[in-house]
Design a protein around this ligand. Structure first.
Ligand code: MG
Length: 288
């Protein structure tokens, strides 16, 4: 199933999306998506409410206000790890050590999250090197701590798309990724959550276009640290809770992979598509 969060008549709703008809059926009796995921971790829920045309509602991020953060993974595709390492934007990068022994985990704040078609602010007063990162994101359903790899998929509710927007100069200058990753509007997400039963997360095409030019084109089978490893690692000594979001890393083709780098400028449109999950498309604007 596909679950979206959307505004209708000023109120936030959760609904079941039918992509064949382009309609969404509101679900009653749940406060929001986190409540739905918490109480229906198996993704089994129905609704008999009248459906609405997707074009008549305003989609938000499926989880518009994460309860704590978005867990993120750095350098999780080989080619991207090398392009980042060679770009000059990785603080402390060591030659010939692009691939890490353990996954690099960092975080984006809940302030970053915007909807699948909302504008991203370029924050031109504090950065001149804003970049895109197309990523598959995991949504946790069943809570757990110290989750074994073999059990990891049973804790996953579904999947969505995120753009892990990054200010490269801040990522480099501060020698820590948080401050370059967590500016307001830096996490477009959506268009909805697709439940685990509908797809094979280890074989999804990830594509990203900037102004119609294909920049990233990869498959999740090439993840260095696979999804069970990520769930297991992040849950070590820290309970994962329903609605937690893990962005699994971006493939090669980001702006710093080019020489000279291709950073985003006002009016640029970044579109990301992942097979089975839909598309998000966001314009980058000067404000912020
Ligand atoms: Mg990333």
């Amino acid at each position: 199933m596909k679950f979206a969060s959307f505004y209708r008549d000023g109120a936030l709703n959760v609904g079941i999306v039918d992509t064949a008809t382009g309609r969404v059926r509101p679900v009653s009796g749940v406060a929001d998506m986190i409540d739905l995921v918490t109480r229906h971790a198996d993704g089994k829920i129905s609704s008999s409410a009248p459906d609405l045309a997707l074009g008549d509602v305003k989609l938000t991020a499926p989880i518009p206000v994460p309860r704590r953060n978005i867990f993120c993974v750095g350098k999780n595709y080989g080619e991207h790890a090398r392009e980042f390492s060679n770009s000059g934007f990785e603080a402390g990068a060591k030659k010939d050590q692009a691939i890490d022994e353990y996954p690099a985990i960092f975080s984006k704040g809940p302030n970053t999250v915007i909807g699948p078609n909302d504008d991203v602010q370029l924050h031109a007063n504090i950065t001149s090197s804003v970049d895109y990162e197309a990523e598959l994101a995991v949504i946790i359903g069943k809570p757990g701590r110290n989750i074994a790899k073999k059990d990891a998929y049973s804790h996953i509710f579904g999947y969505t798309i995120v753009n892990d927007v990054t200010a490269r100069d801040r990522q480099k200058n501060h020698k820590q990724w948080f401050i370059g990753k967590t500016l307001d509007t830096f996490c477009p997400m959506g268009p909805w959550i697709t439940t685990s039963d509908e797809l094979d997360p280890e074989n999804l095409d990830v594509k990203c276009w900037v102004n119609g030019e294909l920049r990233q084109n990869a498959n999740t089978k090439d993840l260095i640290f696979d999804i069970p490893t990520l769930v297991s690692t992040i849950s070590e000594g820290m309970a994962l809770v329903p609605g937690d979001i893990i962005a699994t890393g971006t493939p090669a083709g980001v702006g710093i992979g080019f020489n000279p780098p291709k950073f985003l400028k006002p009016g640029d449109v970044v579109k990301i598509e992942i097979s089975g999950l839909g598309t998000i498309e966001n314009k980058f604007v000067a404000e912020g």
